[in-house]
Design a protein around this ligand. Structure first.
Ligand code: C2O
Ligand code: CU
Length: 430
């Protein structure tokens, strides 16, 4: 039957495995030694009944009693040490640090890089927070279930030097998630107010931790998109009346000028009752059908940018699509999709096309890739570096990555339902 088929698929997908009996694949690669300042955290996964502000009670799986779990805020260069405990999540739990270039052994993939942590157990992750930006963490054991049950949180790496700006900046993480069927922002079932005085700048770190693409309207102020997936954009220009599409798993950092009069309202049709407001003046006019933001020509190119002309050592073509009940890559489902095999130092070109079956936010573990072109048109603005690329039906992208993090890595759609329905594969080093 269909259900049995899905269950089978879930079991087969490495990301959905129960604890493996066999060999783990990169336990020889451990976190590097370093004398960097240490930041320690303890996260305990447990079943919890959460009471939302509207009185509704939901059964959730939480880190330290809440979903999202605590925001982990560290400084660039810190050695981050996180001990995961599992109180009572029967299938076991792991933590994956989405977007962070960790050593393979710290990547949190149940059955691949570690065994899932069973009730009563623990596992300590260590990595150096090398690249400032907005990231998040989530369980990677049966992730399509565990993430929607609440096992996730924000991970922010602040730059060592702080942010350069002529105006004071507030800095707020805004995490949207789908807890079973309730949309929440920062764990709340109603909107949030972000502090901001006229003349200040508000940095919003938007994280889409759900499975669906969200489009945001920013009304009442002009703004800049300053970073995508934690990576700064070069000389981002002012935007106004523009909708910002954020794929599942992606992050956008926006810098918003707080107006002297009036307030800013950021809203999404996907999360109607969860607007973000900044300032306290009168309501701005709502602009629904603004233009869709595109990074194709946003910002300015870097001078002497040579990556664009690098000859690839390896070339992979991936078609994301669907056949029957399976979300597929090149017509196959996990674990029948041949891995991409590279060797350390390779320049790797990956062509990704979306051949249907919905939006596919394409995510690669352990690496950051650069978007070279979209639909055959080379990017004309800032270089764009991502760990998760939103692809819509019919779109094609050329990506570039440097094979600089040996190990065995997952590559999958970050609509985690799609991932569990087969749209997962591996990136391996020879
Ligand atoms: Cu957030 Cu395997 O992903
Ligand atoms: Cu998908």
């Amino acid at each position: 039957t269909e259900m049995a088929g899905m269950g089978h698929m879930e079991h087969m997908a490495g990301m959905e495995n129960s604890p493996a009996e066999g060999e783990l694949s990169c336990d020889s690669l451990t976190a590097p030694e370093s004398s960097a300042p240490i930041r320690k955290f303890e996260l305990t996964a447990a079943q919890t009944t959460l009471k939302l502000a509207n009185g509704e009670k939901v059964k959730a799986w939480t880190f330290n009693g809440s979903s999202p779990g605590p925001e982990l805020r560290v400084t660039e260069g810190n050695r981050v040490v996180i001990t995961l405990h599992n109180k009572d999540i029967e299938d076991g739990v792991t933590i994956h640090f989405h977007g962070i270039k960790v050593p393979c052994s710290q990547d949190g993939i149940a059955g691949l890089t570690q065994d899932a942590v069973l009730p009563g157990g623990q596992f300590t992750y260590t990595f150096i927070a090398t690249t400032p930006g907005t990231y998040w963490y989530h369980s990677h054991q049966m992730s399509s279930i565990q993430v929607s049950k609440g096992l996730l949180g924000a991970l922010i790496v602040e730059p060592k030097t702080g942010y350069q700006s002529d105006a004071p900046i507030s800095d707020t993480t805004v995490l949207y998630q789908q807890l079973d069927s309730s949309m929440l922002v920062n764990g709340r079932a109603e909107g949030i107010a972000v502090p901001g005085q006229p003349g200040e700048q508000a940095r919003l770190r938007l994280i889409n931790a759900g499975n669906e693409t969200m489009e945001f309207n920013i009304d009442g102020a002009s703004f800049r998109g300053v970073a995508m997936d934690g990576h700064d954009l070069h000389e981002p220009g002012l935007l106004e009346g523009v909708r910002v599409p954020i794929g599942a798993g992606q992050r956008y950092d926006l810098l918003i000028q707080v107006p002297n009069t009036g307030k800013v309202i950021i809203s999404s049709p996907m999360a109607k009752n969860l607007p973000i407001t900044i300032g306290s003046g009168s309501e701005p006019q709502h602009s629904d059908g603004g233009q869709l933001f595109s990074f194709i020509d946003y910002g300015t190119p870097l001078p002497n940018d040579t990556t664009l002309y690098v000859q690839p050592d390896r070339l992979f073509n991936l078609e994301l699509g669907q056949n029957l009940f399976v979300k597929s890559i090149n017509g196959k489902a996990f674990s029948d999709i041949p891995p991409m095999i590279v060797k350390e130092g390779d320049h790797v070109r990956i062509n990704v096309s979306n051949r249907g079956g919905g939006d596919h936010p394409f995510h690669i573990h352990g690496h950051v890739f650069r978007v070279l072109s979209k639909n055959g048109v080379a990017l004309r603005g800032s270089p764009v570096y991502l760990d998760t690329l939103l692809t819509k039906e019919g779109e094609t992208y050329e990506l570039y990555l440097e094979a600089d993090n040996p190990g065995l890595w997952m590559v999958h759609c970050h609509n985690l339902k799609h991932a569990s329905m087969g749209m997962s594969m591996m990136l391996d080093y020879e």
